[in-house]
Design a protein around this ligand. Structure first.
Ligand code: PLP
Length: 423
């Protein structure tokens, strides 16, 4: 069973300061999980997690992860700017894993000493054009194509993904980079998303470690790190069993000792770029039931909508819902839980069995800490919610205020056609 990390009483207290809906994050859970990851890979002296900023782009969250020894993984100008402002600007603090990259972003990444991860062989020239001189260390993103399988089950379809270089291209890219004076190299690959199996990282690691040995043999490149990227998932459904990061770390170690160590590559650092695994379970979208509607189906209308959490509307993703204070009651009502967008896909749950919901009930939507607030948008003139941090001592801190109409209209501030709006 999925249990919220807050109680109804805590939410009622918070609601005095923060109107619903809001995103709530659990500092204790975030820190404990980050430490578990670090421990699982502590066998590798160079190990580092680069948190995928796009999952939860909040400076207060990044600060917590920084204190736990993480760097950031960026893929846009504003993510680089946020990282720099937080002091992620020393060599090794930032990974820049972008694609279709604007040249000014390459320049910014180099300026803040980020590791630059090239998505394509043609980006070598783009990087030179952007930066003049190539950095001393360059990473290349690999895409083996085909389908990615673990034993017989198909996990994802890299052959259909826009990312990364082919096998031939990555060898050529290393040769070109080396000829142009690049001294150290990295390899990166992201082959399957939200995997809920301990086998994903070890399977990917074998592919990348074997590639590393081949690249070293064929090009003589000094490979300093292998970035296993993101993709370690979380169990969104209550009957799913989560990943065991300790088992994953140990399994990667075995492959490392089997493939890299005998090739004289026992000093290669392992990097990860996890987003979802780091944050998803430690975020709740807190919302209140404001309407009930009985037509062809039973509807509960809440004060959050898809702009606060897009995953159900966009991917049909399951997010567990707890009706606060009714955890012990039978789930004998079948509801669609809806938001207020003029879009029929604005539903957090469809035909979900839940306890009877009354107007005013608090609903916690689980696992919204990653790719939740971050994917927010302003459709229908809806405003983004606040983000609140539940600190380790039980107190709360506003870590992003809710948008106001003034924010919504801010991009018209250059003209006076809306000057008569009263805020
Ligand atoms: C999105 C992304 C990640 C993080 O993915 P998760 O599924 O959240 O772990 C890591 N690296 C890159 C390049 C990404 O685009």
């Amino acid at each position: 069973m999925k249990k919220p990390f807050v109680t109804l009483e805590q939410l009622q207290e918070m609601n005095k300061s923060y109107p619903t809906p809001f995103h709530l994050y659990d500092e204790k859970g975030i820190r404990e999980n980050a430490r578990k990851l670090k421990k699982a890979f502590s066998w590798n002296p160079g190990f580092k997690e680069y948190f995928a900023v796009k999952a939860t782009p909040n400076p207060f969250i990044l600060k917590i992860l920084q204190e736990e020894g993480c760097g950031t993984d960026c893929s846009s100008m504003t993510e680089l700017m946020m990282s720099e402002a937080l002091g992620f600007n020393k060599p090794g603090d930032v990974m820049f894993s972008s694609n279709d990259t604007p040249l000014e972003e390459f320049a910014k990444a180099k300026e803040i000493n980020a590791y630059i991860n090239l998505d394509d062989i043609t980006h070598i020239e783009a990087l030179e054009e952007a930066c003049g001189k190539l950095p001393e260390t360059v990473c290349c993103r690999y895409n083996p194509g085909g389908v990615f399988k673990i034993s017989t089950s198909i996990m994802d379809n890299p052959g259909d993904a826009k990312y990364g270089m082919t096998h031939e291209q990555i060898i050529e890219a290393y040769q070109i980079l080396k000829a142009k004076g690049v001294k150290h190299f990295g390899i990166h690959s992201f082959l399957a998303s939200n995997t809920v199996t301990n086998e994903y990282y070890p399977t990917l690691a074998r592919i990348l470690f074997e590639l590393a040995v081949e690249l070293k043999e064929k090009t003589g490149a000094d490979i300093q790190f292998i970035n296993l990227s993101g993709g370690v998932g979380v169990p969104y459904k209550p009957d799913q069993e989560g990943n065991d990061i300790e088992v994953i770390g140990e399994s990667v170690r075995k492959v490392y000792e089997e493939v890299l160590v005998p090739a004289g590559m026992g000093n290669v650092a392992i990097f990860t770029e996890l987003g979802r695994f780091m944050l998803a379970p430690y975020g709740h979208l807190v919302t209140k039931a404001i309407h009930e509607k009985h037509t062809h189906k039973e509807y509960i209308g809440v004060d959050a909508c898809a702009v606060n959490l897009m995953r159900p509307a966009m991917y049909g993703a399951y997010h567990h819902i707890t009706v606060m204070g009714k955890e012990g009651e039978p789930c004998d009502h079948k509801y669609d839980i809806t938001g207020s967008l003029c879009e029929n896909n604005d539903k957090f749950a469809i035909d979900r069995m839940l306890p009877k919901i009354d107007k005013g009930d608090f609903l916690v939507i689980h696992d919204t800490g990653a790719h939740g607030f971050a994917m927010g948008y302003n459709y229908n003139g809806k405003l983004r919610s606040a983000e609140v941090l539940l600190k380790e001592d039980g107190s709360t801190q506003l870590i992003r205020r809710a948008e106001t109409p003034k924010d919504y209209f801010a991009t018209f501030d250059f003209c006076d056609i809306l000057k008569d709006i009263k805020y």
